[in-house]
Design a protein around this ligand. Structure first.
Ligand code: ATP
Ligand code: MG
Length: 253
């Protein structure tokens, strides 16, 4: 049971940690996932645990890309399932994307647990759990080279929240349009993606759902305009600038 005081300065961050620890105990999250979260937290601290203007712009472009895609897929790992299960299901529905369980530290039990968890949160169809549909992408030198033939393998756009750099780069080589959610603007994933949302997934996902509801009323031409006016490198540089200014302000006292 939680005994986090609401007045604690890091109350929200501690609640998120607790959700992840619960996910670990439920067999959704890998021990390495707990460590990866810590890396993210450090960057979130620098951001001031808030969604920046740059992240909002990236969300807008990401949703436009998902809505314009022919076969969009959202890749789900243990951390995503533990932190934002309802939101990821809602986003998939709002942009008509498939959900695929895809794990760096592959394990059939954890795949099943994650798929079950998503179903409990309303997912009708979850890819990535039936061995008969799985194929290997030779470009990826990790367990996560296994993808679903009906999902990531055939996708034109893939949303990879909290992804490892090797895999993002490999998917890029396969010609996929890539959207990343990553608190570290310097990670290889953040640098390799076409659109990088530098924000905590717990804030980014609900914003994406809301944005999808709004943008789904727009025409293809309007969506293309949003996409064309977005520059990922410039946006990442602006995010780093934001972080730098915050640190500079703190260092001045
Ligand atoms: P890369 O492999 O892309 O160079 P990395 O090796 O530093 O990055 P990984 O452990 O491979 O990092 O991937 C985890 C990434 O997910 C980290 O960059 C971390 O900042 C990010 N991350 C962790 N938790 C969250 C979260 N809740 N929201 C957004 N990003 C997160
Ligand atoms: Mg990595």
């Amino acid at each position: 049971m939680s005994d986090i005081l609401p007045t604690h300065p890091r109350a929200e961050s501690l609640r998120i940690r607790e959700r992840l620890a619960d996910g670990f105990r439920a067999g959704l999250v890998a021990p390495e996932g707990l460590a990866a979260h810590g890396r993210g937290e450090a960057f979130d601290y620098i951001l001031g645990e808030q969604t920046t203007v740059q992240a909002r712009r990236a969300v807008e472009a990401a949703v436009a890309m998902l809505l314009s895609a022919r076969r969009p897929v959202i890749s789900v790992n243990g951390n995503v399932a533990a932190l934002v299960p309802s939101e990821v299901v809602r986003l998939a529905r709002a942009v008509d994307a498939a959900l695929e369980v895809n794990l760096f530290h592959s394990s059939a039990e954890r795949e099943e647990a994650i798929a079950g968890h998503l179903r409990e949160h309303g997912a009708e169809r979850v890819l990535g759990v039936e061995p008969k549909f799985s194929i290997q992408i030779s470009e990826v030198h990790s367990n996560r080279r296994k993808v679903d033939r009906r999902g990531i393998a055939a996708a034109d756009v893939v949303l990879v929240p909290l992804e490892d750099g090797d895999r993002t780069e490999a998917l890029k080589k396969l010609g996929k349009g890539l959207i990343a959610i990553d608190l570290n603007p310097m990670s290889r994933t953040a640098q390799a993606a076409d659109i990088t949302i530098v924000d905590n997934i717990v804030r980014a996902l609900p914003l994406m759902v809301k944005t999808a509801e709004r943008l789904s009323r727009k025409s293809r031409v309007e969506l293309r305009k949003i996409l064309k006016s977005f520059d990922n490198s410039a946006n990442l540089r602006a995010t780093l600038g934001f972080m730098f200014e915050r640190l500079e302000r703190l260092s001045r006292g």
